[in-house]
Write a protein that binds this ligand. Structure first.
Ligand SMILES: [Zn+2]
Ligand SMILES: [Zn+2]
Length: 385
């Protein structure tokens, strides 16, 4: 199979030495000194607990802070929430919030584009995992034009200006302090310092690599992002990446109550005590609509790809599918009408209690309608398979 030649600028990109040195200095001790220390000395309960807590704080600061708060503005947070997210985010050693969020916005805007997405999954699993950081690729060029809002956030800018000191203080200073308190400096530096850092980094990198390769695409196949419940278990809920790429402003990634999304739970629980507010959610109807639209696409594809166009069974399925499509268009029209009524009622402040509950009832009926249709369309494409 002929292969498209790699552009010269990608091949010859110079090494990004600070990143290379950082990875060598953390990965080498993690696979040599760490196991040796584990076998010969071991770790006590204090060290294991501080490792688990710091690992969680680091990971959640990236997912709840860097990602959902700063990159996507999916909610607002009180400074008392932002400061720890900023500090433990620096402990993840993934660059400043400003750089991380700006690049992540480029990732969403140009997802999969080999020239513009800084960690395009189309350039391979290794590249999207960490290869993109090891060289100064043109796709990683910084441009903060897409992060003007973040430049106005004093906490973001404080971290950006003092990033090196904060990153060193959090990665060496804090584990060293804990080690000194516990009387085992090296043990703490190895477990809460090095090992915690290596694990937390690869977990975040999985979201750029595995979450674009492995899993289902229930909402869209317009990009490589996947929903993967297993990946959500180790990424603090970021495994529902197919949903996230379609509805990036939602503070949730796993939208069902049974979805493992501790980042969502942290943000929601913080709102109960006033630490977060204005949590953005995509309306249920819009989510159902996206799911059903995708079902229609799959069904159309299956039916048109099935052999024998003159097959009466397929012709019948095709007819049924078209009927469902008419029904879907009708539901959408009703929903649009309902939105207009709602907007007018709110504008004129005429909506009384009855009006509100009536609208809610109608909306719920439309949502049920979509869910039932989803099941029917799924059955149609299963029959066509
Ligand atoms: Zn992505
Ligand atoms: Zn995102």
């Amino acid at each position: 199979m002929p292969q498209t030649p790699t552009p010269l600028s990608f091949e010859r990109a110079p090494l990004n030495w600070p990143a290379v040195i950082m990875f060598v200095l953390t990965t080498v001790p993690a696979v040599t000194i760490f196991p040796w220390y584990l076998i010969t000395v071991g770790f006590d309960t204090f060290e294991i607990i501080s490792f688990v807590l710091l690992l969680g704080a680091t990971g959640l600061s990236i997912t709840a802070g860097y990602h959902r708060l700063w990159a996507h503005r999916a909610y607002e947070a009180h400074p008392l929430m932002k400061i720890p997210l900023m500090l433990f985010g620096a402990m993840a050693l993934q660059n400043s919030i400003l750089i991380w969020a700006s690049m992540h916005r480029v990732h969403h805007k140009h997802v999969d584009d080999e020239d513009q997405d800084p960690y395009s999954a189309k350039r391979g699993l290794w590249f999207s995992h960490m290869g993109w950081m090891l060289r100064d690729y043109p796709s990683s060029a910084l441009d903060f034009k897409n992060a003007r809002d973040l430049k106005e956030d004093p906490i973001v800018m404080f971290q950006h200006r003092h990033y090196l000191a904060l990153a060193l203080g959090m990665n060496f200073g804090l584990p060293a302090l804990l080690g000194w308190i516990n009387g085992d400096l090296w043990g703490s530096l190895l477990l809460a310092g090095v090992m915690r850092l290596v694990i937390s980094q690869h977990v975040t990198f999985f979201i750029n690599s595995l979450a674009h390769y492995w899993g289902r695409q229930p909402y869209t196949d317009a990009n490589t992002a996947r929903d993967n419940g297993l990946l959500a278990l180790v990424t603090y809920g970021e495994g529902y990446h197919n949903y996230h790429h379609l509805f990036q402003w939602d503070y949730r990634n796993g939208i069902r109550w049974w979805h493992f999304d501790p980042t969502k739970w942290l943000i929601a629980a913080s709102s109960w005590v006033g630490l977060t507010r204005n949590l953005k959610r995509v309306p249920n109807f819009v989510v159902q609509r996206a799911l059903l639209q995708r079902q229609f696409e799959v069904a159309r594809e299956r039916i048109s790809h099935s052999a024998g166009e003159t097959d009466p069974r397929l012709a019948r399925l095709h007819g049924l599918l078209e009927q469902e499509w008419q029904h879907f268009s009708h539901t959408l029209a009703e929903w649009t009408q309902l939105q207009t009524e709602r907007f007018d009622a709110a504008k004129q402040q005429l909506a009384d209690q009855w009006e509100h509950s009536d609208m809610r009832k109608r909306l719920r009926a439309l949502e049920v309608n979509l869910r039932q249709q989803n099941a029917r369309v799924r059955l149609l494409h299963l029959q066509a398979a």
